[in-house]
Design a binder for this molecule. Structure first.
Ligand SMILES: [Zn+2]
Length: 167
């Protein structure tokens, strides 16, 4: 019941991912319709329901354009789990403020990068120029396309792809 279900707005824009339990609730309450099932059925004592993979809201929901949330997990994903100074691909990466906060560096997409513990330690509270370290990429906010936003679900839910492409 926790399997993710893609939620489309009335205009088919992908806007959210919710649990199967919530998706079935929306359909039973006539707030959403089934777009795609194909995951078999859920049986209760009295009846069975198709298990949804994608649902669509019956009424358009107004909401601001989704953006990627600024979290450690999303910074690591943007940087492809690679230290942005030495290029190492490591499981335990830290987040580095390129311009340190005490020097006025912001907590923002363009000032945060993935860094391995040893590069982070070597850099300390200094700027890259001060320690002659160079970034592999200029950090910036990742794309807010549906494909990028929902990427972590797409491998296991390939049937979502046609509904996510182009938004
Ligand atoms: Zn490194």
């Amino acid at each position: 019941m926790q399997a993710p279900v893609l939620v489309l707005n009335a205009n088919f824009e992908p806007i959210n991912v919710c649990s199967t339990r919530r998706a079935i609730g929306l359909v039973l309450n006539e707030k959403a319709s089934l777009v795609l099932n194909g995951r078999g059925e859920i049986k209760t004592v009295s009846r069975s329901y198709p298990r949804p993979s994608i649902i669509r809201l019956d009424h358009m929901v107004k909401r601001p354009r989704l953006r990627v949330r600024l979290t450690k997990r999303e910074i690591l994903r943007r940087d492809d789990y690679t230290c942005q100074y030495c290029g190492q691909h490591l499981p335990h990466l830290t987040i580095d403020h390129v311009i340190p906060r005490r020097l006025g560096g912001k907590h923002s997409w363009d000032n945060l990068v993935a860094a391995c513990p040893s590069c982070n330690h070597r850099k300390g509270g200094r700027t890259p120029e001060q320690v002659q370290m160079h970034l592999l990429h200029v950090p910036k906010e990742p794309p807010s396309s549906a494909r990028y936003l929902f990427a972590r679900h797409l491998r296991e839910n390939e049937e979502w792809m046609p509904f996510v492409e182009g938004w």
